[in-house]
Design a protein around this ligand. Structure first.
Ligand code: 2AM
Ligand code: CA
Length: 275
C-alpha cells in the first residue's frame, strides 16, 4: 500500500526535485571538466549555491513563518520561529567535485527541538528517502526497515574519514582499527546523509562519523529512527545533532559497534540508552 504522505513531505519532494534537476545538469558539466582540472571547485560552489537558492525559494514560500537554517547561507527567515528547516543543498560535495555519482540533498523539519519530518534525495538515481515522525521511513512509496543482521562478523558498516586538516585523525584511526577487526567490511561513501539513508534501508548494518553538522544528518537521523533503528552520539545515549558525532545502527549493532568505538576512545559505557 502506498504511504500516506504528510503535506510537508510533498513540499520537500517538489523542492528537492527542482533543485536536483539543476544539480544533475551541473554534475554533467563537472564530468566534462574532470580532464581540464581547472576551476572545478568554483563551478561546484556555484552549483551548490544555485541549489540552495531554489530550495530556499520553494521552502520559504510553503512556510514563510518557519526559520531556514541552510549550509551555505546560514539562518534566514523569522529568526526564532519554533519550527525550522535544516537544509543541505549538496551533501557529498567532494564526490560531486570529482565526478563521483554519489551525492544528495537533505531537508529536515525541526519543531521545538525535535526532528519531525525529513528527506534525503539522490537526484542521479531519483531515490527519495523520506520519514515523518510516527509514520515511518520510506524510499519513494516503499517502507524501509533497518537491517535484521545481528552479528558483527556479518555486518557492513559505513564511516566517514576526517578530511585533511580536520578532526582528530589519531582518535579516528583508533575507532577504525577497532571496528575493522570485528566486522565483515567497512565502507566510506562521502555523503553522511546517504549513509544514514542506507542504514534506514537495511543496506549498512551501521554508520559512525565525527565532526558532522546538523544539515548533514538531521533528515538521516529521523530516517534511521523511523526505520526502527537507533541514532545517537557515539557515547550511545545523547543527541547527535549538537554533538556532531553519530552512531546509527539497528538495536543490536548499535550496542555492539558502540562498545567497540567507546573502548577505542577510552569512554565508559552509557548509563542509559535512548533512540
Ligand atoms: P558536505 O559534502 O556537505 O561537505 C563526508 O564525510 C561527510 O562529511 C559529508 O556528509 C560532508 O558534507 C560532511 N562534511 C562536513 N564538513 C565537511 C567539510 N568541511 N569537508 C568535507 N566534508 C564535510
Ligand atoms: Ca553536508
Amino acid at each position: 500500500m502506498a504511504a500516506l504522505r504528510p503535506p510537508v513531505i510533498n513540499v520537500i519532494d517538489k523542492a528537492v526535485r527542482r533543485a536536483g534537476r539543476g544539480l544533475v545538469r551541473d554534475f554533467g558539466e563537472v564530468q566534462e571538466l574532470q580532464v581540464s582540472r581547472k576551476g572545478t571547485a568554483d563551478f561546484v560552489t556555484a552549483a551548490d549555491l544555485k541549489a540552495e537558492k531554489t530550495l530556499k525559494e520553494d521552502l520559504s514560500k510553503a512556510h514563510p513563518d518557519w526559520t531556514l537554517h541552510m549550509e551555505e547561507s546560514g539562518v534566514s527567515g523569522p529568526p526564532d520561529a519554533l519550527t525550522r528547516w535544516i537544509v543541505d543543498p549538496l551533501d557529498g560535495t567532494t564526490n560531486f567535485i570529482h565526478g563521483i555519482p554519489h551525492f544528495a540533498i537533505s531537508v529536515a523539519v525541526e519543531e521545538s527541538g525535535r526532528i519531525t519530518a525529513g528527506a534525503v534525495y539522490h537526484p542521479l538515481t531519483d531515490d527519495f528517502y523520506w520519514a515523518a515522525q510516527g509514520i515511518g521511513a520510506y524510499i519513494n512509496d516503499r517502507r524501509l526497515r533497518v537491517s535484521g543482521r545481528r552479528r558483527l562478523d556479518e555486518s557492513v558498516v559505513a564511516t566517514g574519514i576526517p578530511n585533511m586538516g580536520q578532526g582528530d585523525h589519531e582518535r579516528y584511526l583508533a575507532t577504525l582499527q577497532a571496528v575493522m577487526g570485528e566486522v565483515a567490511s567497512v565502507r566510506r561513501s562521502g555523503s553522511a546523509a546517504l549513509d544514514l539513508a542506507y542504514v534506514a534501508a537495511g543496506r549498512y548494518e551501521g554508520f559512525w562519523e565525527f565532526g558532522l553538522k546538523p544539515w548533514d544528518i538531521a533528515a538521516g537521523l529521523l530516517l534511521v529512527r523511523e526505520a526502527g533503528g537507533f541514532a545517537t552520539a557515539i557515547d550511545g545515549a545523547t543527541d547527535p545533532l549538537p554533538a556532531g558525532d553519530v552512531l546509527a545502527a539497528n538495536d543490536r549493532m548499535h550496542q555492539a559497534i558502540g562498545r567497540l568505538l567507546r573502548r577505542a576512545m577510552g569512554l565508559r559505557a552509557p548509563r542509559q540508552m535512548t533512540a
